[in-house]
Design a protein around this ligand. Sequence first.
Ligand SMILES: Nc1ncnc2c1ncn2[C@@H]1O[C@H](COP(=O)(O)OP(=O)(O)OP(=O)(O)O)[C@@H](O)[C@H]1O
Ligand SMILES: [Mg+2]
Length: 342
Amino acid sequence: MLQSMLGAISADLAIDIGSASTRISAAGRGVIVDVPTRVAILEERDGKRRLLAVGAEARQMEGRTPADVRVLAPVQEGNIVDFEVVEVLLRHLMLQVQGRRLWVGPRVAIAVEHGLSDVERRAVRESAEASGAREVLLVEQPLAAAIGAGLSVDEACGSLVLDVGAGHTCVSILSLGGIVFSRRLRVGGDHLDEALVHHLREHHGLLISMTAAEEVRQRIGSVMPGGPNPSEWVRGRHIDSGYPRALELDANELRMALQGPVQQIAEAVLQSLERSPPDLAADVADTGVVLVGGVAALSGLDRAISRMAGLPVIVPDEPHLVVVRGTADWMGRNQRKKAAAG
Ligand SMILES: Nc1ncnc2c1ncn2[C@@H]1O[C@H](COP(=O)(O)OP(=O)(O)OP(=O)(O)O)[C@@H](O)[C@H]1O
Ligand SMILES: [Mg+2]
């Protein structure tokens, strides 16, 4: 009774704090926040830190800041590395969602990595509580991803979820509502961009920014040969002369540059099948791989993985929002179960 009154005042929130983006879904409203996981701070002379900007505004400052301003990325390769900054980020976003400071904070569910230690789980919980949450539930990301993708996770049938985010990839096999196997890989969108930056430096003596690499990858990137071959100008600095220079990059060359990391992702899928119980591996051979995360939108990635791993690959709608939607769903189920249990 009290819980439902509090819930009416302050809506339940599901949160996915990714290396690149933080998403919040509010009960009854869907995904209402999708912002870069960035916080800009001003370091004052007396050592105090003053908050300057959060989200998109902070992201825009990246690479363009004066010496006393820092743009912080508190999640790296999928791990929270700065809990204090996460607390600042969550406080700001929760206030934005609620429109004003309420006397009762929201109940929140946060999607966390599989296999966190108790100390790490406590640290996540404490950051969320310090940012104003009245109750904090944690759900493991692979489970949230599977629920968000619409898989029937409680059945005795293995499913494989491949989440390719900005900072990392996670391959997980689930069955009977639990995670049977999960493996993390330091390969994600950021690493694809690094591979392109490296390629242009080695083959053309051109130094471009990670942001420029991400933009061109998102616009013309494709990892399967044989399709159209659009091209685009990329701008950077010529290493020898130091002068600004532009180069016309086509999709075929871009595909070659991305080959290594894509291969690593496909190999991780195969290895996880090799290491999982044979019955579950057989289930996955039938049901296929569910590919989620922002990089799932990279043209041809599903077909490339399908070809390399020899399995069907399915990409749900808006793959970058699957984890936060699944977290919201899981939270709703959890509350209903609790209510039913009295
Ligand atoms: N249309 C697109 N084509 C190619 N890549 C895309 C597209 N849209 C987003 N991405 C990439 O998806 C990545 C972001 O994915 P996502 O939002 O799942 O990451 P995250 O959850 O913040 O990170 P992580 O899960 O690794 O902590 C970025 O590298 C971005 O470039
Ligand atoms: Mg993610």
